[in-house]
Design a protein around this ligand. Structure first.
Ligand code: F6R
Length: 615
């Protein structure tokens, strides 16, 4: 969702901002804009469309200045058009603001401001905020700095925000603040960067401060970085070192980030396990949850909350934890959980799964459960993200930056961490035999290599993609721990190729979806050799009896399914509990190839945002 980049220092702000906004394109947006301070004037450029459209619109216009703010907008209040694009300016045109989030009480504030003579040029909540700041700055009884005016304005605001404010008359300063939307400050040598995540600043500085909820920052070239809470308490900036590498943010020879990320999985799964597992010693240890291990072991139940692909990882986690640690698990859509007045006890452990660590619904679910006394475990990919900071403990997935909007390597990393966690808790609880535990460790360690060989199937998956690229519908079927893989396969296909797809537990097919099957319908089935193999074979027969086309993911060497399916994709054999880590790969590749063949925008599918920071 909306992306923010701002700069103040000695370099040309425009170049840094545009490059940064391009790096944030993965978040999803529909318009872009910049405001640049130069010689006491504020040059404002905004355009519906991509950052490239903004750049060509600006053409040879004045882009000088070493202070500026930039934004990519994902429309919430008002359609995507030039007027609604950010930055928005105050009535007297001295201040401009970029904003990520939603001001919930904007209409009340807007009415009051209109009564005081303010005029608005857009449909946005953001424009209301900059007018409110101007109103407070201009009409306060005592003379206020912009920093103070922003702080007071934010105390009147209900909602979520990350904002940056620029002042036409002060080239030395930017003001920024956050609540429930991310904002990172980069500290360079005589310069500051601000962005929604650290990617726009990675080549300039390794020193960053992640603003906390309810904090406001003054970035001043003379006096440095000053942070206060909205309640006016001074805070000492906590400077962290950025571990991100520039190469991780580039395509590295691949046509798309999604393909690169699919191919990174042998490494990313390995990275998720690094230092946490040693099969030769029978060891699994996740340092980040060690202090809460007892609490998890004694939990009456685990509640997984997540959205989208991360929710699918949670479903895999349900099978893992129930099987290995014998703890009852509930898997909840965060958006439903938070509004349901759920029963939560102090003995409950809530496990929040999120790639970005910024998903608004997941964050709200955490806060709710925390208030009710539950222990919160975060499984996040983005280091320093809001969910990781709101959790009592947790484990990073260490998959590296995921830029493609469709989640791939983050999913397998989440499943890997959940497997490690279930093994660690199961061992401590004594619910898993030593033999099974040791065998699973060995199998888990060999997963990266098996993912590598699964990726070698790419050519045949591409051929299958070519056959089904023009389908209007598809079904994905799986049983047991592979049911979530079917859901994930269907989600990948619909989100990037816009083909309607549904995932079902294979046996549920005859309770409805079977009516859809005809000779046009591809049915993708996970039919690996496990406890439900024979039952899945029967489900395949049911599809074939109705002339459906079956494409089955099977265990290498399978004969039975090969005889009845139209196509098979043979993946390496592994423990039943680890099959999702392999079976999901062909579906990722299939969605990718079909999307490319249908000329869809693979990395930035329509209407989608990478980081969903509004509910
Ligand atoms: C699908 C996808 C989304 C995300 C969902 C949650 O490919 O990426 O469904 O999984 O928006 O996002 P995170 O994991 O960042 O909380």
């Amino acid at each position: 969702m909306c992306g923010i980049v701002a700069y103040i220092g000695h370099q040309k702000a425009f170049d840094i901002i545009i490059k940064g906004l391009k790096r944030l394109e993965y978040r999803g947006y529909d318009s872009a804009g910049v405001a640049l301070q130069n010689n006491s004037s504020l040059n404002l450029y905004k355009k519906k469309g991509k950052v490239a459209d903004l750049v060509s619109f600006i053409g040879k216009k004045d882009t000088n200045g070493s202070v500026g703010i930039g934004h990519t907008r994902w429309a919430t209040h008002g359609p995507p058009n030039d007027a609604n694009a950010h930055p928005h300016v105050s009535g007297h045109k001295k201040f401009a603001l970029v904003h990520n989030g939603i001001i919930e009480n904007y209409s009340v504030l807007k009415k009051e401001l209109i009564q005081r003579g303010h005029q608005f040029n857009s449909d946005t909540d953001t424009e209301v905020l900059i007018h409110l700041i101007e109103e407070i700055h201009t009409n306060s009884k005592r003379k206020l700095t912009l920093f103070e005016a922003v702080r007071i304005a934010l105390s009147e605001v209900i909602g979520a925000y990350a904002i940056v404010v620029i002042n036409k008359e002060n080239p030395n300063e930017l003001i920024a603040a956050r609540k429930s939307s991310p904002l990172v400050v980069g500290i360079g040598d005589g310069e500051f960067f601000l962005a929604s995540d650290a990617t726009p600043m990675v080549e300039f500085t390794k020193n960053v401060v992640y603003l906390e909820d309810g904090e406001i920052a003054q970035l001043n070239l003379d006096s440095g970085l000053k942070i206060k809470t909205i309640e006016n308490q001074e805070k000492t900036p906590y400077i962290q070192e950025l571990e991100m590498q520039l190469e991780a943010l580039e395509k590295g020879g691949y046509d798309h980030f999604m393909l690169k990320e699919i191919y990174e999985q042998p490494q990313s799964i390995h990275d998720s396990m690094r230092g946490r597992i040693r099969s030769s010693k029978g060891l699994v240890s996740l340092g980040g949850i060690k202090d809460y291990e007892e609490k998890i072991v004694n939990a009456k139940r685990l509640i997984f909350v997540a959205c989208g692909t991360s929710w699918h990882a949670g479903l895999v986690g349900e099978y893992l934890f129930e099987e290995l640690a014998r703890i009852p698990v509930e898997v909840e859509y965060a958006s439903e959980f938070r509004y349901r007045n759920p029963v939560i006890n102090e003995d409950d452990v809530l496990i929040a799964i999120s790639q970005s660590g910024e998903t608004a619904d997941t964050l709200a679910a955490i806060k709710l459960a925390k208030e009710k006394g539950a222990t919160i475990v975060g499984i996040c990919n983005v280091v320093g993200s809001s969910i990781s900071r709101e959790s009592h403990c947790g484990s990073y997935t260490h998959a590296g930056p995921e830029i493609g909007v469709a989640s791939t390597k983050a999913f397998t990393a989440q499943v890997t961490v959940l497997t490690l966690m279930a093994l660690m808790i199961g061992k401590k609880k004594g619910t898993i035999s030593t033999q099974r535990f040791n065998r699973l460790l060995v199998d888990l360690e060999s997963i990266p290599e098996k993912v590598e060989s699964t990726l070698k199937l790419d050519k045949s998956v591409k051929e299958i993609s070519n056959i089904y690229k023009d389908s209007s519908n598809a079904l994905y079927l799986g049983r047991g721990i592979n049911f979530p893989v079917a859901l994930e396969g269907a989600l990948k296909l619909k989100e990037i190729s816009y083909i309607h797809a549904e995932g079902y537990p294979a046996a549920e097919m005859k309770h409805g979806p079977i009516a859809l099957i005809d000779e046009e319908m591809p049915v993708f089935v996970i039919a690996t050799k496990d406890a439900s193999y024979e039952k899945v074979v029967s489900n395949i027969q049911e599809v074939k009896a109705r002339k459906g086309k079956v494409i089955a993911v099977v265990t290498k060497g399978d004969r039975e399914v090969k005889e009845i399916a139209d196509y098979v994709i043979e993946i390496p054999s592994t423990d039943d509990l680890l099959v999702p880590l392999l079976a999901t790969i062909p579906f990722q590749l299939l969605s990718y190839h079909i999307a490319v063949m249908r000329e869809c925008n693979v990395d930035q599918p329509r209407n989608l945002a990478k980081s969903v920071t509004v509910e």
